[in-house]
Design a protein around this ligand. Structure first.
Ligand SMILES: [Zn+2]
Length: 109
């Protein structure tokens, strides 16, 4: 079992039906957002970043943000606005914060 590390989770997708693939020349694909977070024992602690990638429906080729077309770039901007960093990525940080606060309070009582 992995005790801690980086993990990513898919948080949103937008379809681009008219996007023409540069690899196979066929129409249709998706742009997806992934949240990358740091976890301890699979409990998300701190959000690190969001990653955007696109995939062609026909040949399944995956492109990263740097290789995006103008249309894909537009969609990725919308996706980033629509899918903010989810709050669950802060569960671990909140637990640690509450524990520290609890310890502090115990010291004073
Ligand atoms: Zn393709």
């Amino acid at each position: 079992m992995i005790l801690f590390g980086r993990k990513d989770k898919h948080i949103g997708t937008r379809e681009i039906p008219n996007e023409i693939c540069v690899e196979c020349g066929k129409k249709g694909g998706v742009v997806s957002v992934f949240q990358i977070f740091f976890h301890i024992a699979l409990i998300p602690v701190i959000p690190i970043s969001r990653k955007i990638a696109s995939q062609c429906y026909s040949c399944r080729v995956v492109k990263v943000e740097k290789q995006f077309s103008i249309k894909q770039r537009e969609v990725s901007v919308l996706l980033k606005k629509e899918f903010k960093t989810p709050l669950w990525t802060l569960i671990g940080a909140s637990i640690i914060f509450i524990l520290l606060l609890y310890k502090l309070i115990l010291k004073w009582v």
